[in-house]
Write a protein that binds this ligand. Structure first.
Ligand code: SAH
Length: 325
């Protein structure tokens, strides 16, 4: 759909297919209102982040005047004939958010799937490629909200594949970068399920790239380290040697680090990394709402105070390459 930016769009219905339509409308720059008594977690998340407006009931007709596009959630088609077939599970890396950054092999797997098990950070617009008869399951794990345990997800993949269906496990970025892809493969192997992996474009390199930051650059960085900021330095669950990282001379890329950024920067400074080392935070990479904050190791925490996840932090000289930023 090619829309004029700012076009007002109304989506009636709140299931995961509607989420796919909404993602495409947002990518086209539309202002989206959803009307549905209840919505899938992915839509609840978009509403919570202020990217769409969701009305559970009784929309005020005056509010809807000027709406140019109205979409009803597409109905699920007839179930596929999956009996007497051997099922499989394909891990598909969805890239950082723009469906254009999903591989051709990933798209083919989505088009052929009987079941798609999708996450919050998966590019929901790519669900539009699913065949009408396919089953789409939203297992979005919203921080502090509704969630599905990893054990339940593994079980779901195995059960659906064991009943003869081709299952796509669609995640954001690459399934093997903080995506629990290995655990899901092991669960399938244990159950004797055929598996395939379609690697994805990871946000660890793609999101910095979209903000003009090359994670390596001749003369500036001969490597990069990607770390999870899920637990802060000093936490009993943290296994990262921040002093070694500070001395490594490589670019440091932090995922899941919005909450812990100040503790991570402090640990790197304690390890001897110079206070004036360039640093940047890129939020909502590859989405219409992408934004970038640039500062230094000493100041990035304060500069990025208003930033909400998902965001990637990059620390190192590459965060400020003259001529690229
Ligand atoms: N498997 C994913 C990473 C999962 S961990 C991948 O390879 O990209 C989730 C973290 O990834 C987020 O907390 C954030 O740090 C990062 N992330 C994923 N998509 C992002 C995006 N579009 N913009 C910024 N950060 C993103």
């Amino acid at each position: 759909m090619d829309l004029t930016p700012g076009t007002r769009a109304l989506v009636i219905g709140g299931d995961v297919r509607a989420a796919g339509q909404i993602a495409r409308l947002l990518a086209d720059g539309a202002e989206v209102t959803v009307i549905a008594p209840s919505v899938t977690p992915a839509i609840e998340d978009l509403a919570g982040r202020g990217l769409i407006s969701w009305q559970a009931r009784d929309p005020d007709i005056d509010d809807l005047m000027g709406t140019s596009v109205v979409l009803r959630e597409p109905a699920d088609g007839a179930p596929a004939d999956h009996l007497h077939r051997t099922g499989s599970v394909t891990l598909v890396g969805g890239g950082p958010g723009d469906p254009g950054l999903l591989t051709v092999a990933g798209r083919a797997a989505i088009e052929a799937a009987d079941v798609i098990v999708a996450d919050r950070l998966a590019p929901l617009a790519a669900l539009a490629w699913a065949r009408p008869g396919s089953e789409i399951i939203d297992v979005a794990k919203i921080p502090g909200g509704r969630s599905t345990s990893q054990e339940a997800i593994n079980q779901l993949l195995v059960e659906r594949a064991a009943s003869g269906r081709h299952v796509v496990r669609l995640k954001g970025g690459d399934n093997h970068v903080f995506g629990r892809g290995g655990e899901e493969l092991l669960a399938c192997h244990r159950a004797g399920i055929e598996t395939r992996v379609v690697p994805g474009v990871t946000s660890a390199t793609a999101v910095p790239a979209l903000a003009g930051i090359p994670v390596t650059h001749r003369g500036l960085a001969q490597g990069f380290a990607v770390i999870s900021g899920h637990v802060p330095p000093g936490h009993p669950g943290s296994t990262i040697d921040y002093a070694a990282l500070a001395a490594s001379g490589t670019t440091i890329v932090v995922l899941m680090g919005v909450r812990t950024l100040s503790a991570i920067c402090a640990a790197l400074a304690d390890g001897g990394l110079a206070a004036d080392t360039p640093a940047a935070v890129v939020a909502d990479g590859a989405m219409p709402s992408q934004r970038v904050v640039r500062a230094t190791l000493a100041t990035i925490d304060e500069a990025a105070a208003g930033i909400a996840p998902p965001a990637v932090a990059v620390i190192g000289a590459v965060a400020d390459v003259p001529g690229l930023t």
